[in-house]
Design a protein around this ligand. Sequence first.
Ligand SMILES: [Zn+2]
Ligand SMILES: [Zn+2]
Length: 149
Amino acid sequence: MATQIAADDDECPFCQIANSQSDTEILMSDEELLCFRDVKPGAGHHYLVITRSHIGNCKALREQHIPTVERMAEMGRCVLEKNKVRDLTDIRLGFHVPPFSSVAHLHLHALALASKMNESSQRRYGPGSHWFITVDQVLAQLRTRGRIK
Ligand SMILES: [Zn+2]
Ligand SMILES: [Zn+2]
């Protein structure tokens, strides 16, 4: 029945962070995006990039969100670099596929080093995970079919 997830500031923890109603340390931000640490790190480096405006999850993304997704990936790479991750080929950048997204507010996971993630992190964020879609896959699908499969 529900066609839209409530974007109520009181209910969405990431809207609360975006509205400075939380003591979460903001590592990077601009007029559209914010970046902070994942509270349950799945790798040596694990950051989240969120949109200030409430977008439910990657299934809500459409062709017009391509620039936003590109900028989220850029901020993800940037925060990894800023935290001295030298090998930007050994990282994971992507989104959880619902229903496996813990918070229903679009967030990009940026993890490094990917090759050092333990087994449970590999299952959640690794290349073999059915629950995780990389930024490159998201952009390719948005460019070809305008939505996520
Ligand atoms: Zn939200
Ligand atoms: Zn997630």
